[in-house]
Design a protein around this ligand. Structure first.
Ligand code: ADP
Ligand code: MG
Length: 396
């Protein structure tokens, strides 16, 4: 789960990480009020969206007067901001962070992520902060310094100091930088984060060390331990289809293509997405319906996939183990009846591949269905080919 910058900074404050004074605002008036409360000669008006790259896209404005704060707040609230991280459709700005301006001497990069290869948390730092770190990683990988953290002992002070020197933090600020790194690590562990990214980490003109931007991601599976964090979820930032699916206990991820897939089990779902790609199709989603063949649940899944007209066909790929194929086939037919407007035919072609217990009975049920636009496939590859062809035909 992601949260907004102002929320991340609030969490970091609890752990003693220095961040600029700031207050969130949902309206222009509140933005102006907050600026007056902060009483700083320079006020930064920052769009709050779940994406970085706001600076370059005009989402971070420096104001020197209250009138400027008002103007920038008016300009940003309600605006669709397109950054290199939002995708071309952009994100609507509903919240602002009104923050005191910092006197920046130099910008650095600092982050903590989970490194699968070493099965540990790695701290990454760079002298090249503020800009797109992906570019630095690609063009100058030597400029990204890594410290692997032993999960038993945690981030050792010498590692933090070594990082501070390696990224050329000015000498008078090294101790503060090293302390800040340790506080960030404590926040990462304390809140079950999957990522903490500070870009930029700044050293100010009077050698203070501040997290000027903050991005915290949390491990969804640990959210039950952190009700205070779960509460910060901003539904307007989430994909509406993904929200609806999770409300129905379905694992759904939108992949942007036009061949929807409904599968049981995450492994088979991934294999199905791969197979569709292999056959020249573009998967619309990843959907794991789990072991449930209740017609209502399948109908909900169909509806979510068909909403908005993105999907031009559905590939159902189910392995029936405990859940028998004849039950699943019946579930699919009942679901098809529920969502077909005329009770006769589905709005898009649905190819079904079943395998497992009672597969012959399941296929027989599908073959004899009175509902049109439902096809039974002999195996996974043939099924994938068939749905890709049907979708291509529908688009032609
Ligand atoms: P993003 O990463 O989305 O572009 P940032 O919060 O990193 O947004 O802001 C972009 C740039 O704006 C920073 O690199 C910094 O130069 C400047 N900036 C952001 N907040 C402040 C602040 N409080 N005071 C001074 N400059 C700031
Ligand atoms: Mg940033």
């Amino acid at each position: 789960m992601n949260i907004h910058e102002y929320q991340s900074k609030q969490v970091l404050r609890e752990y003693g990480v220095k961040v600029p004074n700031g207050l969130p605002a949902f309206t222009v008036d509140a933005a102006v009020d907050n600026a007056e409360k902060l009483g700083s000669p320079v006020i930064v008006v920052k769009a709050q969206i779940h994406a970085g790259g706001r600076g370059k896209a005009g989402g971070v404005k420096i104001a020197k007067t209250t009138d400027e704060v008002r103007r920038y707040a008016r300009e940003l609230l309600g605006k669709t901001l397109v950054t290199h991280q939002t995708g071309p459709e952009g994100k609507v700005v509903n919240r602002l962070l009104i923050e005191e301006g910092s006197k920046i001497k130099k910008e650095f990069y600092l982050s903590f992520v989970i490194d699968r290869l070493s099965a540990s948390i790695v701290m990454m730092g760079s002298e090249e902060g503020g800009v797109e770190i992906e570019k630095v990683a690609e063009e100058h990988p030597e400029k990204i310094i890594k410290e692997y953290i032993d999960p038993v002992v945690g981030l050792m002070p010498f590692q933090a100091t070594r990082m501070a020197y390696a990224i050329n933090i000015p000498a008078p600020a090294v101790r503060k930088a090293s302390k800040l790194m340790q506080n960030l690590y404590a926040a990462f562990i304390g809140k079950d984060c999957s990522q903490v990214e500070i870009n930029p980490l700044v050293v100010t003109e009077d050698d203070d060390v501040i997290a000027l931007d903050a991005k915290l991601n949390f491990d969804d599976s640990a959210l039950y331990r952190h009700p205070d964090i779960a509460e910060l979820r901003d539904d307007s930032e989430e994909d509406p289809k993904e929200l609806e699916a999770s409300a129905h206990g379905l694992n759904y991820v939108n992949l942007g293509g036009d061949v929807a897939c409904m599968v049981n089990g995450a492994g088979l779902a991934m294999a199905t997405v791969d197979m569709l790609k292999h056959c020249g199709g573009e998967p619309a989603n990843f959907l794991d319906v789990g072991g449930d063949s209740a017609p209502e649940k399948i109908a909900t899944a169909f509806n979510i996939m068909l909403e908005g007209g993105q999907a031009k066909g559905i590939f159902v790929n189910i392995f029936g183990g405990i859940n028998r194929c004849d039950n699943i086939a019946n579930g699919i037919i009942e679901a098809a009846k529920l969502i077909s407007k005329d009770g006769k035919s589905l709005p898009v072609p649905v190819v079904v591949r079943l395998e497992g217990t009672k597969v012959d009975e399941g296929r027989e049920i599908l073959k004899n269905t009175p509902i049109g636009n439902v096809f039974a496939a002999p195996n996974m590859e043939e099924g994938a080919k068939q749905i890709v062809e049907l979708v291509a035909k529908a688009k032609a």
